[in-house]
Write a protein that binds this ligand. Structure first.
Ligand SMILES: Nc1ncnc2c1ncn2[C@@H]1O[C@H](COP(=O)(O)OP(=O)(O)OP(=O)(O)O)[C@@H](O)[C@H]1O
Ligand SMILES: [Mg+2]
Length: 139
């Protein structure tokens, strides 16, 4: 488990970039943390590490957004998903076993479906508004 402090949005992007550079194709990342904690910001950094220049936005309504980088990036936002059945009906499970890199905001909603190799990351807002990013947190 690794705990990092981020003092700014750009620093969180940089943490995401370093993380992204260390990921093998096929990796699954589950991002946990409250609204505005920095999950999407972290994904922006992962996208940057894969050479993606397209802007990364929150796929709350589309649920899954795909970006073509050196490795495909699948970005999911499960905020609006209420059950694993709903996730299943979207046909989203196949992305967990794809050769791309899959990053899932609110991944705890499908924790029992995550592959055991998934890396769980928690973003926490501190009282002083800095962010604590824990890599390798419990699912
Ligand atoms: N250290 C920091 N790291 C990341 N974001 C920060 C930081 N400090 C302030 N912010 C601000 O917090 C917000 C984080 O938004 P972001 O969309 O990344 O959150 P999120 O966890 O994806 O939220 P949601 O659950 O709504 O998807 C941005 O507006 C950003 O400018
Ligand atoms: Mg988000």
């Amino acid at each position: 488990m690794e705990e990092l402090t981020s003092l700014s949005e750009e620093q969180t992007i940089q943490i995401g970039e370093q993380l992204g550079a260390s990921l093998a194709p096929g990796s699954v990342i589950s991002l946990q943390g409250s609204l505005g904690a920095g999950k999407t910001t972290l994904v922006k950094g992962i996208a940057r590490s894969l050479g993606i220049t397209e802007p990364v936005t929150s796929p709350s309504f589309t649920i899954i957004q795909q970006y073509l980088g050196s490795v495909p990036l699948y970005h999911m936002d499960l905020y609006r998903i209420d059950s694993m059945e709903e996730f299943d009906l979207l046909g989203a499970e196949e992305y967990l076993y794809d050769k791309g890199i899959t990053v899932i905001e609110w991944g705890e909603k499908i924790s029992s479906m995550l592959p055991s190799s998934a890396v769980c990351i928690t973003c926490r807002i501190e009282p002083d508004q800095t962010r604590t990013i824990t890599i390798g947190a419990a699912p």
